[in-house]
Design a protein around this ligand. Sequence first.
Ligand code: PMT
Length: 419
Amino acid sequence: MGSLINKRVLLGVTGGIAAYKSADLVRRLRDTGAEVRVIMTRSATEFITPLTLQAVSGHPVHQQLLDTGPGLKHAGAGAEAAGMGHIELARWADAVLVAPASANFLARLAQGRADDLLSAVCLATEAPVAVAPAMNQQMWNNTATQSNLATIKKNAIRIFGPGEGSQACGEVGPGRMLEPVELVTLASELFATGELDGLTVLVTAGPTWEAIDPVRGLTNRSSGKMGYAVAQAAAESGARVILVSGPTSLPDPERVRSLHVESAQEMYDAVHQHAAKADIFIGVAAVADYRPARAAERKIKKTEIKLTLELERNPDILASVAALRPAPFMVGFAAETENLEQNARAKLESKKLDLVAANRVGADIGFAADENSLLLVGREDITELPTQSKTKLARALIHHIAARYHAKNDTKVHRLQRP
Ligand code: PMT
């Protein structure tokens, strides 16, 4: 099962009596660790007030397609949500869940309409979209509704439910919205792609620390965010994940075995304890190429005008794993300030890799930032992943790796779906 921790769930509420359950749904989604924003259609506000959903979600509710307020990136905490346009909301979401989804909304979704905020966001988002239908049983069974559902399914939108039982209108049959607790479980499964089911993925992340003396060292600006996101995305895809991390201030990712090291040599040793059983190796760590030849046992005193530090080469972890026989599917990262493609291709060849994920690094990009972009250079193709949060980028990268891994190993029957 996937996890909703730190996931951004956009909840759409349409007009139906089941809208009264939406407040409970928001609360339960938040209890599992999701951040929730709410869009209400005009008719939804006849059943439950925006104020209620604002109170339980902690954010103003979105209602208007054309909003003149400030955008997400430019406004303060409270105002920001109110001012998010449909494209910003569509990009913000990791998943869109429409619950309850009325018969009218399903018809509009099937037609690809974009004449209100919720339908426009469903059309504009790259995130997975799911709907939880809720309506009278006759309306549910009507051939028009069933044909709309068939179209919606064809468009890769997931349908949660409905349940059967007695309805608010007094009739009995299919059309009840699933209970919030069931919807939360189904929503978390949107993040469990199963693409790496049964495989072991070994990931390195963060910087290394090369001691000069007991209090000083050589390191770099890697925060570990990219590597931790990759480990998390691999776990979401069903893999057993071992993360070997240099020093960072991040919490260990969920359902990942995390091993903490300091130096490149320690990272090398930890990696080689697990590399033989890895199916895929992803080197995201910014490993120091050099270390002080000798680390002083005591703090170096300020006595000389000049101090020379002698450096020696660290082992190349990535190349050493690629040299194993059999080697795992090898993915290296390349941090470059220029000639991205050329340098990535050189690393692909020299380190004998299957794929290089190249990113531009500089004063304000790559290291430590929350967003990144990648150029994926493989032996046969090049793919560009545009700037987005490291969480989303990692999911797209894992999706790409899974497809290449299964193609190389001729592993068939896999659900290769959009992350
Ligand atoms: O941690 P963040 O703040 O989120 O930043 C992410 C990042 C910029 C660190 C990440 O996206 C990234 O680019 N990681 C690779 C950084 C790097 O060291 O690149 P490189 O071009 O120097 O190394 C190429 C590859 O060899 C990398 O996969 C690296 O892990 C590996 N390597 C390098 C040296 C070494 N001694 N052993 C290695 O395994």
